[in-house]
Design a protein around this ligand. Structure first.
Ligand code: PLP
Length: 405
């Protein structure tokens, strides 16, 4: 029998919720409660023993949070999902779940700064080692595997260079060596890329970004392809570390998620318009965007992503000084880290998100002083272009004025 799954645009609005069970409430009610009353002692006993399904205590599960988990399971074509209090709680929980002391983790060349920080903790306390490697081909990945390697952890596109990791190559190698594959899918959202379809074991999101989309929540989500294993994680690492999502944050995320498909389409079309503009600017040197036909990884991008999304990096002539001048002349576009919000944000990775990376390593990764990362928002593209146009014009004026003094 063919499994009938709704389209993603519909899943984000309807999956996992039946209004008939909630007095006809159109929207998902907020169960802002820490605990749940049992009808009698026998029910309490049965809930604890697992003989009866049902709520016990909100750290073990909450009806509002569960709707979000079911929606994410469907969106990522998984078998189960867990909601966390931050993206980092999801990252640290899954890494603790798949490793034991002395193991080795293979990572893509670029990973989120705090994920790198957590790998340091695992290393210091439990002698769990890791390597960050280029994953262009199966051979490159295979070469880096050690006898104690247990999993491959990747981000694609890699922040902020937008370099892609070939997910099919990663999965092929992992299958040959019996390794688990974990993908941080924050940058694309489940609307543009579904690593479980390719054969990954776990997908995680900083829901702070595109899932919420409104810049007002810190949250994380983990989706897996094995229901029993996901329930196992819920009742071990998640329950006992306690990094759970609050019902109110889940409620805000359910609201934000409803517009994921329309938002991702606008983020993408705005990004494309901004790229066309940036290409026409003499001050701009290089543009990094997976769906740019000039990008050497364009074919790979089309294979594993549905569209390019809202993140665009580019370099401008004049190094750090010019990059900072450009940012300072913007008015509408905000200087901020984070991404995936309605507001267009710009940041300077060399002095902000990647400032802790040693300079030689940073340059090697392609994060030069002239690189800027844009998280393209939902505003009208013409207003964003005008803001950049004004900034470039004011920069030129400042340079001329400085030369005259
Ligand atoms: C923001 C981010 C994280 C961490 O998420 P938080 O919600 O801030 O804890 C992890 N991975 C990526 C790619 C991110 O952008």
């Amino acid at each position: 029998m063919k499994e009938e799954r709704l389209h993603k645009d519909t899943i984000v609005i309807h999956e996992g919720y039946d209004d008939k069970m909630h007095h006809g409430s159109l929207t998902v009610p907020l169960y802002q409660t820490s605990t749940f009353a049992f009808e009698n002692s026998a029910q309490g006993e049965n809930r604890f023993s697992g003989a009866e399904e049902g709520n016990i205590y909100s750290r073990l599960g909450n009806p509002t949070v569960r709707v979000l988990e079911e929606r994410m399971t469907a969106l990522e074509n998984g078998k189960g999902a867990l909601a966390f209090g931050s993206g980092m709680a999801a990252v640290s929980s899954i890494l603790v779940h798949v490793t034991k002391a002395g193991d080795h983790i293979l990572c893509s060349r670029g990973i989120y700064g705090c994920t790198f920080g957590f790998l340091g903790i695992l290393n210091q306390k439990y002698n769990i080692t890791h390597d960050l490697v280029q994953m262009g081909t199966e051979e490159e990945i295979e070469k880096a595997i050690k006898p104690e390697t247990v999993c491959i952890y990747v981000e694609t596109p890699i922040n902020p260079t937008m370099e892609l990791v070939d997910l099919q190559a990663v999965v092929n190698v992992a299958k040959r060596h019996g390794l688990r594959v974990i993908v941080d899918n924050t940058f694309t959202s489940p609307y543009l890329q579904n690593p479980l379809d390719i054969g990954a074991d776990f997908v995680l999101h900083s829901a702070t970004k595109y899932i919420n989309g409104h810049g007002d929540v810190i949250a994380g989500l983990l989706i897996g392809n094995d229901k029993d294993e996901m329930e196992g994680i819920r009742m071990t690492v998640q329950k006992d570390f306690g990094g759970i999502m609050s019902p109110f944050d889940a409620w805000l995320l359910i609201r934000g998620l409803k517009t994921l498909s329309v938002r991702m389409e606008r983020h993408t079309s705005n990004a494309e318009k901004l790229i066309t503009y940036l290409k026409s600017q003499k001050q701009v040197e290089e543009i990094f965007y997976p769906f740019d036909p000039d990008n050497p990884q364009y074919e790979l991008a089309k294979r594993q992503m549905r569209a390019g999304g809202g993140l665009v990096s580019f370099t401008i002539k004049g190094g750090k000084e010019a990059a900072q001048q450009f940012m300072d002349q913007l008015a509408l576009i905000k200087i901020a880290v984070s991404l995936g919000d309605a507001e267009t944000l710009i940041q300077h990775p060399a002095t902000m998100t990647h400032s802790v990376v040693p300079e030689t390593e940073r340059i090697q990764m392609g994060i030069t002083d002239s690189l800027l990362r844009l998280s393209v928002g939902l505003e009208h593209a013409e207003d964003l272009i005008q803001d950049m146009e004004n900034a470039f014009a004011r920069m030129k004026k400042t340079i001329v004025e400085n030369a005259m003094h």
